[in-house]
Design a protein around this ligand. Structure first.
Ligand SMILES: [Zn+2]
Length: 173
């Protein structure tokens, strides 16, 4: 099995169809074989191994209801990149290496939070340094917010994930 196929994103729904999480196809297949989930939608690709032949899952639904559906998105470098579209929030460059900038610098009391961290290209990060926005005379593309999980899931949708849309309130069923 090719690894790129197995790393495709799979949407996990609770028993009541509310979106819960995103996992890799590899994990989804494990959950399926452990009878934790049913497969609602599949990609076109098939996965083969000596013992299985299965269409690659794209949406799975849990068999047992999970009560604590935490809709918080964890603050991490990867999730900041997703929120900020892999773009410097000062100049909109997508040029690697992208860094994380503290809007209010750490040494001025700025904390690690969704509203104080943005993705910045190396140039802008260097230019801003340990200054505040005002001192550096720089502007943000948009006010950074804490993402909600639905918006966050929506960012995973490419043309291949069109079948996710009804579950993420992007079109009617
Ligand atoms: Zn920049």
């Amino acid at each position: 099995m090719s690894n790129s196929i197995l790393s495709k994103s799979v949407l996990i729904l609770n028993t009541n169809y509310s979106p819960m999480d995103i996992c890799s196809a590899k994990r989804a297949i494990c959950l399926f074989y452990n009878q934790k989930v049913e497969i609602l939608e599949s990609y076109r690709e098939k996965v083969h191994s000596p013992s299985i032949s299965l269409l690659l899952p794209s949406i799975i639904k849990l068999k047992n209801y999970v009560k604590n559906n935490n809709m918080e998105v964890i603050l991490s470098r990867k999730n900041l990149l997703i929120r900020d579209n892999y773009q410097c929030q000062y100049c909109l460059s997508k040029k690697a290496p992208l860094t994380i900038d503290h809007i209010v610098p750490k040494n001025k009391g700025g904390e690690d939070s969704w509203t104080n961290l943005v993705i910045a290209c190396q140039n802008c990060n260097r230019k801003k340094g340990n200054k505040t926005l005002k001192q550096s005379n720089m502007d943000l593309n948009k006010k950074p917010r804490k993402p909600n999980k639905i918006q966050y899931f929506q960012k995973f949708i490419k043309s291949e994930q069109n079948s996710w849309k009804p579950y993420l309130f992007m079109e009617s069923m």
